[in-house]
Design a protein around this ligand. Structure first.
Ligand code: ADP
Ligand code: MG
Length: 288
């Protein structure tokens, strides 16, 4: 039988935006001393808008760049894809046929369009393939740049920007006040990660982490005797959510994340992590 305090607390949690899928993890939430947050879609809204297009090849224009990029991104669920597809709609761009689509986890997307190999990739991909930028890109806050390649030639940079969730500031502040260390884990570039980390006053971050490596970062912290919660929204985050002592999914995220997590933040509000810890402590203190 479920003890009354626990039952009451479950109802209370539901009211406060928490869906508890694993009671043991909830019970253990009072032991959390380190929380790792995914960046995109968790600390930030994960809603990217295109704010510049820089073209390096005179045979292309903005229409063509977005046309090619969106033909690929139509097959991706990444927030970057959503931003580029929205831009294509705004520009009334004619869709193109595309074949052999491939998602390169944590690096970008590729496919064949009009018999050419087309890719949209991360800065890390350019670095690893020794492709250098012909000019500096506009500098702005919380930016994520991706690059259009046609037959391995760099054609354009597309700059997108995301926003930090309003609630993230308060959530981090109150967690830190309780002595809980707050970390960020992201596949995004070092510079953007540093900006977000500084803005939110985080204790540390891991940047340019490939999807397969995310769970290793959680393990590293656990090996350092930390009791770790992970909060994420993406398919990429699922192994890290499973590895963490307490896995917390953002409600607006992917099904895979939700199915892997112990607890779901129904309202996608990072502030509810604070409630989780509060309820965990209150509930199990009464029982002892
Ligand atoms: P995050 O940890 O921020 O959720 P991901 O691991 O999903 O990041 O992606 C890391 C990087 O890979 C992105 O910042 C981007 O540069 C690139 N990337 C991933 N998916 C796509 C996509 N669909 N289109 C373009 N670039 C992508
Ligand atoms: Mg994410």
């Amino acid at each position: 039988a479920t003890p009354l305090v626990v039952a009451t607390s479950t109802a209370l949690s539901a009211k406060n935006g928490l869906l508890i899928r694993n009671r043991t993890a909830f019970e253990n939430s009072r032991k959390i001393d380190t929380i790792v947050f995914d960046k995109t879609g968790t600390l930030t809204l994960g809603e990217f808008g295109v704010n510049f297009i820089e073209i390096f090849n005179e045979n292309y224009d903005e229409q063509r760049v977005i046309q090619l990029a969106s033909a690929l991104e139509n097959n991706s669920e990444h927030p970057i894809a959503t931003g580029i597809i929205r831009k294509a709609k705004e520009m009334d761009i004619e869709p193109l046929d595309m074949n052999d689509f491939q998602a390169m986890k944590g690096k970008g997307v590729k496919g064949k369009i009009e018999n050419k190999d087309v890719m949209v990739v991360s800065p890390g991909y350019l670095k690893n393939n020794d492709i250098s930028l012909p000019s500096d890109l506009p500098d702005h806050d919380i930016s994520t740049n991706v690059f259009l390649l046609v037959n391995d030639e760099l054609i354009a940079a597309i700059g997108l920007a995301d926003k930090i969730r309003e609630e993230s500031y308060e959530a981090i502040e109150s967690l830190k006040e309780q002595g809980i260390k707050c970390w960020m884990l992201t596949g995004d570039n070092e510079k953007t990660a540093a900006q977000v980390s500084k803005e939110l006053n985080l204790d540390g971050y891991f940047a340019e982490v490939l999807p397969d490596e995310k769970q290793d970062k959680i393990k590293e912290l656990q090996e350092d005797k930390k009791y770790v919660a992970m909060t994420g929204d993406g398919v990429n985050d699922a192994p890290a959510l499973a590895q963490a002592d307490v896995g917390i999914a953002i409600g607006s995220g992917t099904d895979v994340a939700a199915e892997t997590a112990d607890i779901i933040l129904v309202n996608s509000n990072p502030q509810d992590v604070v409630s989780l810890i509060k309820f965990g402590k209150a509930t199990y203190k009464k029982m002892i």
